[in-house]
Design a protein around this ligand. Sequence first.
Ligand SMILES: Nc1nc2c(ncn2[C@@H]2O[C@H](COP(=O)(O)OP(=O)(O)O)[C@@H](O)[C@H]2O)c(=O)[nH]1
Ligand SMILES: [Mg+2]
Length: 379
Amino acid sequence: MLRELGESTLARALLAMLRHDVHDHTEWPLELEEFLSLVEAAGFEVVETILQTRMRPHGGFLFGRGKVEEIAQIVAMEDIESVAVYNVLTSMQKFNLQRALGVPVLDRYEIVLQVFGKEARDNVSQLQLELAALKKSYPYIKVTESERLIRERPARLGGRGPGEYAYHAQLRQLRKRIAKVSAELAQYREEHRRRMHKRRELDVPMVCLVGCYNAGKTSLFNALTGADKEVSDRPFTTLASKWAMTGNPEIFFIDTIGFALDLDPELISAFQLNLDDMRGADILLLVVDVSDSFQLMQMKMRSALEILHGTGIDESRILIVLNKTDLVDPEQAAEVADFIDATYGFSSVLVSAAKEWNLTHLTDCIRHLFEVVGVNLVN
Ligand SMILES: Nc1nc2c(ncn2[C@@H]2O[C@H](COP(=O)(O)OP(=O)(O)O)[C@@H](O)[C@H]2O)c(=O)[nH]1
Ligand SMILES: [Mg+2]
């Protein structure tokens, strides 16, 4: 299909998802919608969406062969430039899909990386991102190159051909780069730990804001500390953590990276410096967008709690902050708060960071939780 002049210059993407839980009828549309906003934030215009329901993912292609052919036809007819897959692909699946479709295929891991990459301006974030990308590309290069060598082998007369040497050299290069980036990050991490230790010696308690992107962490951070950081509805504007101290009571607030639904553990593990901030804080405010649908809100909470749990954070140190109450009916907000208190056993506070509603009460709740976890405050 020919594109009209003046049409969007964003790369045209097809979005594909494999649903393997055939009993789930309500979560996948929300997951797909969240993914769509990520793909758009990564700089694509989504022009087609393909869904397949299949109990067992195809080992080689993720999708069944018939579905792959259908996607290939749409890619050709609709002038699609990239395919974004919701599911995390194995290197083999990515390789096979790219060969079958003839366009780049990016999975959720890579889409998130691409979005992160747009925002990463500081050194630490860039290195953490590079490490996450390298971890993904190393096995992929192994697969693509070994496939290529197998195809070329019959033409050769035994022994290693030049292609094979180049392949091993490329892998060696990648391993060297991974080692170098890891070493640099280890240094930054050490320095970061020293700095945290110094702050700890000041005896000022630390509160870290966590939650999914767009929940309003940075807005709340600004409202609580009077800082003026960029607030955005683009995902992941905050990569490296930011610190600010308040007086009366003296508290260090830390604004850190946002989570997304179902983040890959490998990807999360690349952001150790941000995780250190979460681990090092005395308490954590899990900021939740109360204007999301009830189900999406719970899915996001679950995702965030899983990450915090995996990071070794004790649940007793978490306070749930239900933000954006200005966007919902007060009764509805109160019901959500009651539900969360009853279901998850966390205390929650209703606030609006934008309108600065209920922040004094939030500070009281923070003081109370400090007492519970045994932190002394200096006024
Ligand atoms: N209506 C309303 N919008 C808010 C509130 N808090 C944040 N926002 C908006 O939500 C979006 C994301 O906010 P941000 O603080 O960047 O979220 P973060 O990704 O969690 O740091 C921005 O467009 C904010 O203006 C709030 O209390 N009420
Ligand atoms: Mg932010």
